[in-house]
Structures are given as C-alpha cells and as structure tokens.
Design a protein around this ligand. Structure first.
Ligand code: ASP
Length: 448
C-alpha cells in the first residue's frame, strides 16, 4: 500500500490533474492521495495559497480585494470547467472561501488558517470527483474525518500522537482516498494549518499512520540534486539518500521536501520516493534509513542565505557559570529562536535567521545583553549565508574539512564560522551572502 502526495505544480491546472489521474490509475497500491493547492502554471504565475493569503490580508483591513477573490475563484472554475465536472463543486469551494473570509472578521488567526486551507481542500474535492468520473472509485476525506489532530498553533501546527491510530483505520476504507494536505484540526475541532509547504507533512503523517510500504512525493523535478541547480548548472542527481541526510539538506535550502516532513515517515521506517509528475517513469530519489553504498563520503551541499551572527565576548566567560543559558534566555524572552550557537573561550556566536531579529528590535536586545550580562563587546552581523556539507560517510572519512577549506580558499571566500554537528553527518560553514554562489560552485567541483 502506498501514500502519494502531489505538490502544487502537479495540480496547477486540468492537464496536470489528468496526469495525476493516470499516475493513480497506473498502480492500484496507490491508496491515499494527498494534494497541495494549485501552484504555479508558469514562472510568472502566483500560487493559489499566496492569493488566498493576500485575499485574507485585504479582508483583515476591511477592503476585500475583489480582483484577487475573482482570480482565486477563476483558478478553480477553469479546472472544474476543463475537467467537465459538475458546477455544484465550484459552489461548494466558493462557499468555503466566503465562510473563511467571514470568519476573519471575528477571528483573524482561525479565519486566515481556514482561508489558506481552501486551496488544498478545493483540489481534493476536484480530484476525487474527477477520479470517480474516470471510473476509479474514490472519496474526499476531510482531515477531521481522517483523524489528523494537531496542536493549536495557527500557521505552524504540529501533529498530535493520537492521530496515528485514527489514520491507521483508513486502511480499511474502500477505494482511493483523496485528502487535502496542509491542515489538521485541534482536539476542540478548530482548523489549523501547518507551516508553508506543509502538504508534505500531511503526506508523511498519513503514510506513518497507515503504515504503508512507500510514501511517494510527486513534484516537478526528476530527482533531488546534490546541490541547488540554480547555483550549479546540471548538477549530479541523487539516486538515494538517508533520512538524516535529507533532513540536514532540506533544512538549509533543499526546497524539494519540507524539512519537518521526514520525522513521521522516519519513525515508521517508511521509505520516501521523490518523483516527477511530468516524468513518472523515472526512478526518482529514494530516501531510506540505511544506504547500501555510495561513491565518496558527501551526499550533497545545501546552502541558504538570510542569517545573522550575534557575537558577544567577555573576558573569562569560560569561568562564568550560566553565561550561555542567560544569553539564550534573553533571546527566549524576546521570542527569538536561534539556529546554532558555536562558542569559544571568551566569546560566543549565536546564529539566527534574519527575520527572527528584525532591525527594529536589535537595539533593545543588545541593550539587555549589555546590561544583564556585562559583556565586553557585542556585534550583530547581517547578510550571512550558511553552507552545509552533508553525508553519512563523513564521520569516518579523513580530509573532508581540509578539502572544503581548500575549496573556499580557491574561490577566495573567507570562512566566518565552522560548526560540525555532533552527529557528524554535516559540517556547516558561515560566510558572507555575496560569496555564496562562488563558494558553492567551488565546493561542488571539489566534492563531485
Ligand atoms: N499550499 C501550501 C503552501 O503553498 C502548502 C503546500 O503546498 O504544501 O505553502
């Protein structure tokens, strides 16, 4: 039995949904189908979810943007029309959008999540109806009915353990089950969405709950590349990688798969296969618990910009009990989450995503650190990028760091920070944003 997830570009219009239908029909093991909201049809297009968010924001300030509203409705209307489905389907979708807009007026968070969910919900209703029209028995299953229970964190829900038992019962249902991705319900019955890109999370949760043999994740690329193809032209494709490698890679810029989505599949040891809706015959990339063999020790190079380095130094910091905790506590109290905290004898850096510490907040945070920790120096350096070299084989290999630093030198890039994760599956380098592409290209040539 398989759980299959189709991403936004796979369900962007009627012709894509026809391909999806062929893929589902081609393999009777494909039992539960998770769908995203209609994504981009071409590079200048806007994702339905982004349209819904813009619509919701306009409702929040009491000037509902009719043009955006019409655009959203037309996205669904054109699909319903092209697939020759019943008009009543469009009415159902439109009613849900209208109700969500109304809810925003009384409760912004609940209303926004309800509105954001309309993209995936509409796709699921349409796909299920279309499968039935193509003589494949199918039903739309709402996440509440499926038993996807989540924490009450609007726009950032986490799955609750009780979901898995409920989801297991889906195995016994007849026909193909079409479930909208991206949202679940609190135990009190309120709709809450996952973070952006969260349909991958739904797929992984459903796969884990149903204890299937394979979780197929269909997107618009043939496989996962070992480095961002926007930075390196036609990089090597990865046939297979481990859960740990994928988790590390997707954290830092590998956008093929949501970085929170792996854990449920990983816990149940369900292999994940990333495939292309436009080339379903291809092998794709397998994500598994253990790899048989690989040439070389490095699986991939991930990179992401938009970080800052908060640096503090204080003479004899190493003898001050609780310094690190107090520093992190100030961040906690200011609602700032941090990514890494490498430290020296008399100094400590905290790497933070830029948006976590906006410039307006900088003065206040610095002042607290100076007053409460009596540091000698403090600085905040923005425009930093992180590069992560990832590979299971690295923990026993000699010379990976040396090869990497040579590659940085060859590209004339200064390394600001080095951090090797305790798992030794990854090595991280902090550099300046403007050096990123050059550094990644040089590393790619060194390792691949
Ligand atoms: N539609 C949602 C988003 O754009 C979720 C997803 O596509 O996975 O974030």
């Amino acid at each position: 039995m398989k759980v299959v997830k189709f991403g936004g570009s796979s369900v962007a219009d009627a012709s894509q949904l026809r391909k999806v239908t062929e893929i589902i029909k081609a393999d009777p093991q494909r039992k539960a189908i998770i769908v995203s909201a209609p994504g981009k049809r071409h590079s200048k297009d806007t994702k339905t979810t982004d349209l819904l968010i813009a619509l919701g924001e306009s409702v929040q300030v009491n000037v509902k943007n009719q043009a955006i509203y019409d655009q959203v409705i037309e996205r669904f209307a054109s699909i319903v029309r092209d697939l020759e489905l019943d008009q009543s389907l469009l009415n159902t979708i439109q009613d849900r959008i209208d109700n969500a807009c109304k809810l925003i007026e009384s409760d912004i968070h609940r209303g926004m999540d309800a509105l954001k969910s309309c993209g995936e919900d509409g796709t699921a209703l349409i796909l299920s109806a279309y499968l039935n029209s193509r003589e494949l028995e199918s039903s739309y299953v709402n996440p509440k009915d499926a038993g996807i229970f989540v924490s009450d964190e609007p726009g950032g829900a986490l799955v609750l353990d009780e979901s898995f038992e409920h989801l297991n019962k889906l195995r016994e249902r007849d026909g193909v089950l079409v479930i909208p991705g991206f949202f679940g319900f609190t135990l009190d019955g309120d709709l809450v969405t996952f973070s952006r890109g969260g349909s991958d999370i739904t797929g992984s949760i459903v796969a884990a709950g149903m204890k299937v043999d394979l979780y197929e994740n269909f997107t618009d690329v043939d496989s996962v590349f070992c480095v961002n193809p926007m930075i390196v032209d036609q990089p090597k494709e990865l046939k297979a990688l481990t859960y740990r490698e994928m988790r590390e890679l997707s954290y830092a810029g590998f956008s093929v798969f949501h970085d929170e989505a792996l854990i449920p599949a990983f816990k149940e040891k369900i292999p994940v296969c990333i495939k292309n809706t436009n080339n379903p015959g291809g092998d794709g990339t397998m994500i598994v618990a253990e790899l048989p063999e690989r040439d070389g020790h490095v699986a991939g190079i991930a990179s992401d910009s938009g970080f800052l380095n908060l640096y503090v130094s204080k003479y004899l910091m190493n003898r001050e009990v609780g310094f690190g905790r107090k520093l992190l506590q100030i961040l906690e109290e200011e609602g700032i989450s941090f990514e890494h905290a490498p430290s020296g004898i008399d100094d400590m850096s905290v790497i933070i995503r830029d948006h976590q510490l906006p410039e307006e907040k900088e003065g206040q945070v610095k002042e607290r650190i100076i007053n409460e920790l009596k540091v000698d120096t403090i600085s905040i350096e923005r425009n930093m990028a992180m590069i992560m070299i990832v590979g299971e084989g690295m923990n026993e290999a000699i010379g990976v760091a040396s090869k990497a630093s040579t590659a940085f030198r060859d590209a004339d890039v200064n390394i600001d920070m080095i951090n090797q994760g305790s798992s030794e599956v990854s090595m991280m380098f902090g550099i300046k944003d403007h050096d990123l592409n050059r550094a990644v290209q040089s590393l790619y040539h060194a390792f691949f």
